[in-house]
Design a binder for this molecule. Structure first.
Ligand SMILES: [Zn+2]
Length: 234
């Protein structure tokens, strides 16, 4: 299968679904990742242009660890708009290129606006990617792809319907997270949290709920024709 995960900021996929992506890759599937925002505002000292470049490097290092091909839509932080047609078109091209069997993205009720807009963008672009008369470099894809929403930050307000046992890939997930050095500093200063501990704790909590050491949680978008009869998650 082809798996496409679309996160907002450069480190969001590492937080919520990198254990699952690592498993997919181990099972021989093709994994594509994409971040919509470039992360240019996520630091107290590093200036936006420099940070944008640095965060792309951090993202590529993390993607390499799980053997994923990584894309960016390169929108500035705090300016992600799901109605921006240029951005929609760029995302359509990524979706068409990856030709996914399923897409993972943010829950529409996640904790900040850029995440919510990314969820909406993904929903819109994955429909539009099937429309022949919208022209991009890659041709249209054949069907409207199932979407799985990944856990919200700290799991708040999110009721999972499916869990993935990531015990085998938890250390890989944390290693990928540690590629985002700028964010470990930012989260310590801006949010007063130990970022790797935060992510391990969330995975352990979802594991507790599903009777395994570590898990990631998802729920599938329940709209026609995105519903499936067979399990697509590992
Ligand atoms: Zn984020």
């Amino acid at each position: 299968m082809n798996i496409l995960a679309i996160g907002c900021h450069p480190d969001d996929l590492e937080i919520a679904c990198f254990g699952t992506l690592g498993l997919y890759k181990k099972q021989g599937h093709n994994v594509f990742t994409c971040h919509v925002a470039n992360g240019n505002l996520g630091h107290k000292e590093i200036k936006p242009d420099e940070l944008r470049t640095l965060r792309r490097k951090e993202t590529l290092a993390a993607a390499e660890l799980i053997g994923a091909e990584s894309f960016t839509i390169d929108v500035g932080d705090c300016t992600v708009e799901s109605d921006d047609q240029d951005v929609v078109k760029k995302l359509i091209e990524v979706i068409r290129y990856a030709n996914p069997d399923l897409i993972i993205t943010h829950d529409p009720a996640d904790y900040m606006r850029d995440h919510i807009e990314t969820s909406r963008l993904t929903f819109t672009a994955s429909f539009s990617a099937t429309v022949t008369n919208i022209i991009t470099r890659s041709p249209e894809i054949e069907k409207i792809v199932p979407i799985f929403y990944m856990d919200t930050l700290a799991g708040i307000g999110f009721m999972p319907t499916e869990y993935v046992d990531i015990t085998e890939t938890i250390e890989l997930k944390l290693k990928a997270l540690s590629c985002h050095k700028s964010q470990i500093e930012w989260m310590r200063e801006h949010d007063k949290i130990d970022f790797p501990d935060f992510v391990r704790t969330c995975s352990k909590f979802r594991g507790l709920q599903s009777s395994v050491p570590y898990a990631e949680a998802f729920r599938q978008a329940q709209v026609w024709p995105r519903i499936t009869t067979k399990r697509l998650l590992p």
